[in-house]
Design a protein around this ligand. Structure first.
Ligand code: NAP
Length: 485
C-alpha cells in the first residue's frame, strides 16, 4: 500500500543562490522539514566569496533575479556584486528561510543507507534526510596557479575570490594574473588607483563592449508601483539572452558572426597601438571562451602606467614576477584571477550511493549527471547547476529555478508513496551523454581554444542545445529515464 503524503526530510547543501531558492520553494510547498548546511558563516555563495573591486554580474540584473522576487532597486543594468549579495540576503530574510540555515557547518560525508541519506559535518554534527539537494555551486573552489616561487613573494598575494581588503592598493605596483571576466573587471576598477599595473596575459580575450547604464529614479519608481513591469522586463531580457545562448551552440550561425564582429570592431577601433592590438588579438573565435564583457578594459590597459605582459611567467620571486624574456616585474601586490576548479561540484565531500558505490568511482573519468541533475545509483540526491548543464553568459538563477521545478516533481513521487528511491537509469545517463557529446561538436566552444568549458577530452562540459530545449526537458521528468523503487 503506498504511503500517501509521506513526510520527507530534506537536506540542502549550500546557502548560495540555489540553496536559498530551494529553501524558499520547500517552504512554499509546506515542506518545512529541512536544513540548509553552509560551510561559511553567511549565505550568498559566489556573491559572498567574491568581493573584488569592479565585481559586476554581466547578466542583466532584472534577469539575474529570482522570477518570484523582482527587484525595483537595481542600480544599474549590470549590478555590482555587493548589491546582488544584499539582494540574496533580503530575499532569504523576506521568505523566512535564514532560520533553516546552519552556518559554519561543512557537510563532509553523505551515505545512502537503508533508504535514507546519513550526513555528517566537519564539526561531527549528524543528520538523516530522505532527499539531498546539492546546491554547492560551480565557481567556488579557487584554482591557484602552479607557479614556482609563489610562496616566496614578499608582497601581498591572494586569489581574486579571497580578496584581502586589509591590503592597501593605492599607489602600489600592482600585478594581476589572468584575463578572464574577473581579471578584466579588476583592471578597469583599479587602474586609476595604482602607481603601476602589470597584467600578465596567457591568452588574449575577445571583449564585448556593453555599457552599463544606471536605472533612472523614474524607472525604479515605475517598477515599485507596478512590479508586473519588472516581471515583463525579466521575460523580455530572457528572450534577448536566449538569442545569444542559441548563437553559441551554433558556431556557424549569423548571430554568432554578428557577436564576433562586435568584438572585432571593439579591438580594431579602440586599441590604437598596432603592436598592442596584435598582442590583444585572440587567435580563436569569439565566444569559444566565455565572452568577456567590458566597455572600458581596452581604455584601461592603454593608460600610460598600465602594461600588458604577454611573455610567459617563469617564476615568482620575492620582489615580483620573472617572465621568460628574463625581465623582473617588481610588484607590491599580486592578485591571482586564475579561475576556479570547475569540475569539483560537491567534492571533496565523500558521497556514497546505493550498494556502497562512491561518487569518486562514479566520477572516476569526469563528472556527469542525467540532465545535470541525477546520478544512477545515487537515489534521492539531486543537483542544482550540476555537471554539463547550461552555462554561458546567461542567468544561472533561471537554470536553477527550472531544475528545482523538475526535482520537486520527482520529490512529489516520493511523497505520494509511489516510490521510496528515485534516480536516473544508467541507460538514460549514457544516452544523454552520447547525444550531448555529439551535439557539442558544432558549438562555438569546440572551435579551438582552451577554456573551463572543456573537459579532459576537450568536449564542452555544457548544454550544447538551444535553451528552449532545456526548458522543454525541465517541464516534466521522462518516465523511462528514472528508476523508481
Ligand atoms: P577564468 O575565466 O577561468 O580565467 C582565468 C584566467 O587566468 C585566464 O585568463 C587564464 O588564462 C589565467 N590563468 C590561469 N592559470 C594561469 C597560469 N598558471 N598562468 C597564467 N595565467 C593563468 O576565471 P575568472 O575570470 O575568474 O572567471 C571564471 C568564471 O566566473 C567566468 O567564466 C564567469 O562564468 C564567471 N564570472 C562572471 C563574471 C561576470 O558576470 N562579470 C565576473 C567574473 C567571473 P588562459 O585563458 O590561458 O587559461
Amino acid at each position: 500500500m503506498p504511503e500517501k503524503n509521506r513526510p520527507l526530510r530534506f537536506a540542502i547543501i549550500g546557502a548560495g543562490m540555489a540553496g536559498i531558492l530551494s529553501a524558499i520553494r520547500l517552504r512554499e510547498l509546506g515542506l518545512d522539514e529541512f536544513t540548509v548546511y553552509e560551510k561559511a558563516d553567511r549565505l550568498g555563495g559566489t556573491w559572498r566569496d567574491n568581493t573584488y573591486p569592479g565585481l559586476t554580474c554581466d547578466v542583466p540584473s532584472p534577469l539575474y533575479s529570482y522570477s518570484f522576487a523582482p527587484n525595483p532597486e537595481w542600480s544599474r543594468h549590470y549590478s555590482p556584486g555587493g548589491e546582488i549579495q544584499s539582494y540574496l540576503e533580503g530575499v532569504a530574510r523576506e521568505h523566512g528561510v535564514e532560520r533553516f540555515m546552519r552556518f559554519g557547518e561543512e557537510v563532509v560525508s553523505a551515505r545512502f543507507d537503508d533508504g535514507r541519506w546519513q550526513l555528517e559535518s566537519a564539526s561531527g554534527h549528524r543528520d538523516t534526510a530522505d532527499v539531498v539537494i546539492a546546491a554547492t555551486g560551480v565557481l567556488h573552489r579557487p584554482r591557484l596557479p602552479a607557479l614556482e616561487g609563489l610562496d616566496t613573494f614578499r608582497g601581498a598575494v591572494f586569489h581574486s575570490a579571497r580578496w584581502d581588503h586589509s591590503v592597501a592598493l593605492d599607489g602600489t605596483r600592482f600585478g594581476l594574473i589572468g584575463t578572464g571576466s574577473t581579471g578584466v573587471q579588476i583592471v578597469s576598477a583599479l587602474v586609476d588607483r595604482v602607481a603601476r599595473l602589470s597584467l600578465f596575459q596567457r591568452t588574449a580575450q575577445w571583449i564585448m563592449p556593453l555599457e552599463n547604464p544606471s536605472y533612472s529614479e523614474e524607472e525604479k519608481a515605475a517598477w515599485r508601483k507596478e512590479p508586473a513591469r519588472a516581471v515583463e522586463l525579466h521575460r523580455n531580457l530572457g528572450e534577448l539572452f536566449s538569442v545569444f545562448s542559441n548563437a553559441i551552440v551554433d558556431a556557424d550561425s549569423e548571430r554568432m558572426k554578428a557577436v564576433e564582429q562586435m568584438c572585432l570592431d571593439n579591438l580594431e577601433n579602440n586599441v590604437h597601438d598596432p603592436i598592442l592590438r596584435e598582442r590583444l588579438r585572440p587567435n580563436y573565435r569569439a565566444g569559444c571562451k566565455r565572452l568577456v564583457i567590458s566597455p572600458d578594459f581596452y581604455a584601461a590597459i592603454q593608460r600610460p602606467h598600465a602594461e600588458l605582459v604577454n611573455e610567459a611567467i617563469t617564476r615568482v620571486e620575492p620582489e615580483g614576477v620573472r617572465t621568460a624574456d628574463g625581465r623582473l616585474h617588481p610588484l607590491d601586490v599580486l592578485v591571482l584571477a586564475t579561475g576556479f576548479q570547475t569540475d569539483a561540484f560537491m567534492r571533496p565531500m565523500q558521497i556514497t550511493g546505493r550498494g556502497g558505490r562512491t561518487l569518486a568511482e562514479e566520477w572516476r573519468l569526469r563528472p556527469s549527471a542525467y540532465l545535470s541533475i541525477s546520478i544512477p545509483e545515487f537515489p534521492n540526491l539531486f543537483m542544482l547547476n550540476g555537471p554539463n548543464g547550461p552555462v554561458g553568459n546567461f542567468s544561472l538563477i533561471e537554470v536553477a529555478e527550472l531544475q528545482l521545478g523538475y526535482i520537486l516533481q520527482l520529490a512529489a513521487r516520493l511523497r505520494s508513496g509511489e516510490a521510496r528511491e528515485i534516480c536516473s537509469t544508467r541507460e538514460a545517463l549514457d544516452t544523454f551523454e552520447a547525444a550531448r557529446t555529439e551535439a557539442a561538436r558544432t558549438t562555438i566552444w569546440m572551435t579551438g581554444c582552451k577554456s573551463w568549458y572543456l573537459d579532459d577530452r576537450g568536449v564542452p562540459a555544457s548544454w550544447p542545445w538551444p535553451f528552449s530545449h532545456f526548458i522543454d526537458e525541465m517541464r516534466a521528468p521522462r518516465p523511462d529515464a528514472f528508476e523508481l523503487r
